[in-house]
Design a protein around this ligand. Structure first.
Ligand code: DAH
Length: 338
């Protein structure tokens, strides 16, 4: 029996040694230690071993089992190591890593930041107001009569409560003056809402930037100088800027501003970018009755106001033909601004 065990052990170790892959190693394990394995079968012979030899034979069997198990484990590790080494072969660890994807600012964010930066340099402070407004702040205080088309149900989103989604950021002018005596020099970037049919140049939500400057002796010259400077800073000093007479209920006189600039791939043409004007005394009167003080006495203060569409400003700067690109979040479009 001892000879048999030794022979089986020797044979087993030799077989394990020659196993070249995980599968043949597993076959070897089953052939040796499995239910019908060689070592398992010889162990069954223990019953017939005479008592006085049992201990010695048992020891031998244990030693054989341990040697075989150790050899199996060692070989398994060696096969795994070889596989790992092979997997790493051919990998050039000195190659540069794959570039990480960088996000970028949205074009609207870029243009808003630029506009704010330019206007803050001229002393305008940021102001804000609610997007859900009432008719007083959106229309009445801005000298917009009840029958004005902008107030129509067809053009404005009304709530059952009578409140509405502000149709322009001009409502922030009213809220600011209600809360603060002159001098006032504020800008208010924010969303505005209209029931427009959505197409390449219209969305029902868009972005405006409102401006208001009220003090004693604010003149039309201040308005022109400020906005000309603004558009030259935003679009470059060669940009032409013109003021075209227009009508807004809350300013008198009122103008629309057009700019003419070089946009890649487009013939230069005049494009409307903003509305502006001198604050109408009727607005100051509405503020005075709301505040119940003479801080905005139209005989004492003057002011100018302006409002521009940020979406439009971005479309002009980059030659974007369809406003819907600004809300679709298509990475192929957005990554051009990285
Ligand atoms: N609120 C106007 C609009 O949405 C834009 C505007 C025009 C704002 C003239 C002003 C202004 O402050 O003075 O079309």
């Amino acid at each position: 029996m001892k000879d048999q065990i030794e022979a089986i052990q020797a044979e087993a170790l030799a077989r394990i040694e020659t196993a070249g892959d995980a599968r043949s190693l597993e076959d070897a394990r089953v052939a040796i230690l499995g239910k019908k394995g060689t070592l398992t079968e010889v162990s069954a012979g223990m019953r017939d071993v005479p008592k006085e030899e049992k201990a010695a034979v048992g020891q031998l069997l244990n030693a054989a089992r341990q040697a075989i198990t150790a050899s199996l484990e060692g070989k398994q590790q060696a096969i795994q190591d070889a596989a790992d080494r092979q997997a790493l072969e051919g990998i050039d660890v000195t190659l540069p890593a794959r570039a990480l994807h960088h996000g970028s600012l949205h074009p609207l964010t870029i243009i808003r930041h630029d506009a704010i930066r330019i206007l803050r340099r001229m002393g305008f402070a940021l102001a804000e107001g609610p997007e859900i407004e009432d008719e007083f702040h959106c229309f009445d205080a801005l000298n917009t009569p009840a029958d004005h088309p902008a107030r129509n149900e067809k053009d404005t989103f009304y709530f059952d409560s009578g409140k509405l989604l502000r149709t322009h950021t001009s409502s922030v002018q009213v809220r600011t003056m209600e809360g603060q005596a002159p001098p006032v020099r504020i800008i208010a970037p924010g969303s505005a809402y209209r029931r427009d049919e959505i197409d390449a140049t219209h969305l029902s939500v868009f972005n405006q930037l409102e401006g208001l400057y009220v003090d004693t002796d604010v003149s039309l010259g201040d308005l022109k100088g400020t906005l000309e400077y603004f558009f030259h800073e935003l679009y470059g000093p060669k940009t032409e800027v013109r003021f075209r007479p227009h009508f807004f209920p809350f300013t008198e006189p009122s103008f629309e501003i057009d700019v003419k600039l070089e946009v890649k791939g487009q013939a230069p043409r005049w494009i409307e970018v903003a509305g502006c004007g001198m604050v109408d005394p009727a607005v100051f009167e509405a503020i005075s009755s709301s505040r119940k003080d003479p801080a905005y006495d139209p005989e004492k203060v003057t002011g100018f106001a302006f409002g521009m569409g940020l979406d439009r400003l971005a479309m002009i700067r980059w030659g974007i033909k369809d406003i819907r690109l600004l809300i679709e979040n298509d990475a192929r479009f957005l990554k051009q601004f990285a």
